[in-house]
Design a protein around this ligand. Structure first.
Ligand SMILES: [Fe+2]
Length: 224
């Protein structure tokens, strides 16, 4: 499966607006890191991201009653836009993973395949930015397994990318664009791949069960 870009109706599934409201900002591209407050945990982009006020506020909103606004749109989007891409029911991440690649956040994200983190071969990834995502603020993916010819996935709100993150190497670079990228991503498994491909949660470590990012990445529900 080649990496592919699709359009969707941003007025109908207005994730950008919902996330702007959660963060109480007008322009998500301009949100910045408060460097003094961020702990330098090994210079990891995503570890730093998790320490920021914006990121904590976003998850606080998602986990509160307000979060229902987002999850209602997300579920509708899955049923109406993603499910029709398959000719069978799918399992999808019940809660997507949100990311903020700050315009002034330095650091590196290790290029990886999701299989490095225990993800299964049947999983298919989706990436939806809520800001323009381009150049060094977007996701970079190799074109074929093992080629390592990483290219930036250029997207704007109202577009999404579908890619095989389990086998294609991908990652984020040091953001030199002076624009923040806000996005969410999730994974889908065609139902015919079940049960061999579904993650067995009974083997999870206690610390993983408490980590909502880990939980979101591995908790799948059915779209018939
Ligand atoms: Fe990944």
């Amino acid at each position: 499966m080649k990496t592919e870009i699709f359009n969707y109706n941003l007025e109908k599934y207005n994730f950008t607006k919902i996330i702007q409201d959660f963060l109480e900002v007008e322009d998500l591209s301009e949100i910045a890191i408060d460097k003094k407050k961020v702990m330098e945990e090994g210079n990891s982009l995503y570890k730093n991201m998790e320490q920021t006020e914006h990121y904590k506020n976003l998850y606080e909103a998602l986990n509160s009653d307000k979060g229902a606004i987002f999850y209602k749109s997300y579920k509708q989007f899955i049923q109406e836009v993603i499910r029709p891409q398959y000719n069978e029911p799918i399992l999808y991440q019940e809660k997507p993973t949100h990311r903020i690649l700050f315009k002034n956040g330095e650091g590196v994200s290790r290029f990886h395949r999701d299989s490095d983190y225990g993800h299964k071969q049947a999983e298919i990834n989706y990436f939806l930015p809520q800001t323009p995502a381009f150049d060094t603020n977007t996701l970079w993916i190799e074109s074929e397994i093992g080629k390592e010819d990483f290219m930036p996935i250029d997207l704007k709100p109202g577009q999404f990318a579908r890619f095989k993150g389990v086998s294609l190497k991908h990652g984020a670079k040091n953001n030199q664009t002076h624009k923040t990228r806000v996005s969410f991503d999730f994974r889908v498994i065609p139902i015919s791949q079940k049960p061999e491909q579904i993650v067995d949660t009974t083997s999870w470590k206690e610390e993983d069960k408490k980590n909502f990012l880990f939980n979101n990445a591995h908790n799948f529900v059915l779209a018939e």
